[in-house]
Ligand binder design. Structure first.
Ligand code: ZN
Length: 281
């Protein structure tokens, strides 16, 4: 199943995508995506019935898609988690998972413009597989982790490199407004296939910059969920950016950062794509 958050007028609504072009609104099932996820066992049969009945439909081209979880409780992202990305940064392969946060206010819609911050010369892209937590909890084992992931999206861990690298804490450089676009929808876990066998690609102005496969994750998603949940309670709708493969602009020779007018597209097999025009703040 593919679940979206969208706006027709002003208010955000949730819906299920019943083919590539049609949304069935789910406003009667839950008020927003986090509520839907939290109540999924109860809500799922209702969603399936509405999707089959198609009593109300909306053309997906006529709405604006928001990030499927517009305001997650937490956004965590892992650094240095593909071997080729580790190599291009000249860093050592980490023996422990390297986690940082992205502010919940950095969320952006899958096709909305992304800001190049005022004064920035070092805005970069990182296309990633994104996981959305379903049943949360504490001390989730690797073996149980898959059952705690509600679904998957494509994301761009947009990074302001100057702010990332000027001290040892990544948080500010990763948290500028609009710098966490993801979507275009949540593909539920049962429909996503083997999540560790998916091609992942990034294109800037049509040129392929990143091309890898999620099988090359150093710490896979189950290890990530286990590690995070040792420290904190994961909750429905929490978002995990699972790492970016090689090919980021900072590692190009010469280094090539994004500029106003660039268009960045991210794809993960079976999960759709996101695409953003970069604009000056
Ligand atoms: Zn990243």
């Amino acid at each position: 199943m593919k679940l979206v958050t969208f706006t027709r007028d002003q208010a955000a609504e949730i819906g299920v995508v019943v083919d590539h072009t049609t949304i069935v609104p789910l406003g009667n099932v839950a008020p927003d995506m986090i509520a839907l996820i939290a109540d999924w066992d109860n809500a799922r049969p209702k969603v399936e019935a509405l999707a089959a009945a198609r009593l109300e439909t909306v053309n997906i081209a006529s709405v604006r898609l928001l990030a499927p979880v517009p305001r997650p409780g937490k956004i965590f992202a892992i650094g240095l988690n593909y071997a080729d990305h580790v190599a291009e940064t000249g860093m050592q392969t980490p023996s422990n998972q390297i986690w940082f946060t992205k502010a919940s206010t950095s969320v952006n819609g899958p096709y909305d413009p992304v800001q190049i911050p005022r004064g920035s010369l070092m805005t970069d892209y990182e296309i990633e597989l994104v996981a959305v937590i379903g049943n949360g909890g504490r001390h989730i084992s690797k073996d149980d982790a898959a059952a705690h992931v509600f679904g998957y999206c494509v994301g761009n861990d947009v990074t302001e490199r100057a702010w990332q690298m000027r001290n040892t804490q990544f948080c500010l450089g990763k948290s500028f407004d609009t710098h966490a676009p993801f979507g275009p929808w949540i593909t539920t876990s049962d429909a996503a296939g083997d999540i560790h066998e998916l091609g992942i690609r990034c294109f800037v102005n049509g040129d392929e910059r990143q091309s890898s496969n999620t099988r090359h994750l150093i710490f896979n998603l189950w290890e990530q969920v286990a590690e995070l949940s040792q420290a904190m309670t994961l909750e429905p709708g929490d978002v995990i950016f699972s790492g970016t493969p090689g090919g980021v602009g900072m590692a190009m020779k010469p280094m090539t950062m994004l500029k106003a007018g660039d268009v960045v597209r991210g794809e993960v097999d079976g999960l759709g794509h996101i695409e953003a025009s970069f604009v000056a703040e």
